[in-house]
Write a protein that binds this ligand. Structure first.
Ligand code: ADP
Ligand code: MG
Length: 369
């Protein structure tokens, strides 16, 4: 799929602009603080229903305006057009429409537009705690599977209720027999999550190893390994029964702590380059490139799941790569509609730039379009 056009009103530092995009490469050029990331963000919100920079929707509305509105036109590979519109106001609830119809759940957006964003903050994926890696997995899997999205919400609800019960049992042991009901449900949803995560991380591992090799000139071998408390990952049934076993084995500890200490909510991913864990031992450059490889792998994963390529948004990625790697990267993305922000293009060779659209942004306005 591709994004054909966008109309932005009162979003962040924009007043009103309309842009059309090339179906391959689009380069947004501008100095710092001109609105490049804001533009990518406005597209991202159309795909995910929320920003990657803030949880406060009202931040997205221009300081001097009451509301912001954005209209994005998407063309699917079969030629169908989908129009996504949203309106965010300082006071009332945000509204999203698909082809003119109000949607009640944000998850409806996830099935309509597929967007992948690479943002400098994605380094967190490598450097930060397991929470960031779980967020990444949940976000990506929710995006390609509505069932996963429903399962993770259900899992978290059940987990919360189990944790409530654990706290009660501590003071009133007679509640203890009720725990089994929650264990059964938690293990069911948990096993469903683990099955999907295992598959996703397998695919991700294979594809990201290839991409990483490409963008490091075959010097580095990237591997990723799923770390989960379940040992026998054969199928749903084996995973579920092991989860039930682990929950009951840890029950005493859980009652003391007042929370559930095992399960998919504690999963992590081990990311290595040439067999060395890069969270602890990788250089900043290796960490950045690994984060980029992981993100770019999703392009293929989404293509396999959804049947068409997603739209790729790359924020400020060029400045971190040398000229050869910039070329390799752009070449590797030739089948995907890409929107890249950068402060200048003089490094990029003409051959690569020629077929693309260049959009210059200054202080929330488009200079040449
Ligand atoms: N709600 C808002 N209203 C008006 N301006 C905003 C709002 N939010 C951010 N900005 C402005 O947007 C600019 C940053 O834009 P950004 O897209 O991050 O820049 P860059 O081009 O460096 O990516 C800053 O000058 C900031 O003050
Ligand atoms: Mg920026």
């Amino acid at each position: 799929m591709i994004i054909k056009s966008i109309v932005i009103k009162n979003y962040r530092n924009y007043d009103q602009i309309k842009l059309t995009f090339d179906k391959k490469l689009n380069i947004i050029i501008g100095e710092n603080a001109q609105g490049k990331t804001n533009l990518l963000e406005s597209i991202y919100v159309a795909g995910f229903g929320k920003s990657f920079r803030t949880n406060k929707d009202s931040d997205l509305v221009n300081f001097n305006k009451e509301f912001a509105s954005v209209r994005v036109e998407i063309e699917k590979d079969n030629g169908y057009l989908e129009v996504i519109e949203y309106r965010i106001s300082q006071k009332s609830k945000k509204e999203f429409l698909i082809n003119g119809v109000n949607i009640t759940r944000i998850s409806e957006l996830l099935g309509t537009v597929n967007i992948i964003l690479f943002y400098p903050d994605d380094l967190k994926l490598i450097k930060d705690s397991p929470v960031e890696r779980r967020k990444f997995i949940n976000r990506e899997l929710s995006h390609i599977s509505r069932v996963y999205c429903a399962d993770i919400i259900a899992y978290n609800n059940i987990l919360e209720q189990r944790n409530e019960l654990l706290k009660k049992i501590y003071f009133k042991p007679e509640y203890r027999e009720m725990i089994e009901v929650w264990d059964e449900q938690l293990a069911d949803k948990g096993a469903r999550l683990v099955v999907k995560r295992r598959q996703f991380l397998n695919d991700l591992g294979e594809i990201s190893a290839k991409i990483h090799s490409k963008i490091t000139n075959h010097k580095e071998h990237l591997t990723i390994e799923y770390l989960t408390s379940v040992k026998n990952l054969e199928n749903y049934d084996t995973i579920k029964s092991e989860l039930i076993f682990l929950l009951s084995k840890n029950l005493e500890l859980d009652i003391k702590r007042g929370y559930t200490s095992v399960g998919p909510h504690r999963d992590d991913v081990d990311i290595c380059i040439n067999s060395i864990n890069i969270k602890s031992f990788g250089s900043q450059g290796q960490q950045r490139t690994a984060a980029l490889s992981l993100k770019l792998s999703e392009i293929e994963i989404i293509k396999n799941e959804v049947g068409e390529y997603p739209i790729l948004l790359l924020d400020d990625v060029m400045s971190e790569l040398d000229v050869n790697r910039q070329k390799d990267l752009i070449y590797a993305l030739k089948d995907v509609q890409t929107i890249i922000t950068t402060t200048d293009v003089k490094n990029l060779l003409d051959d690569y730039i020629k077929p693309s659209r260049i959009i210059k942004i200054k202080n929330g306005s488009v200079l040449n379009h």
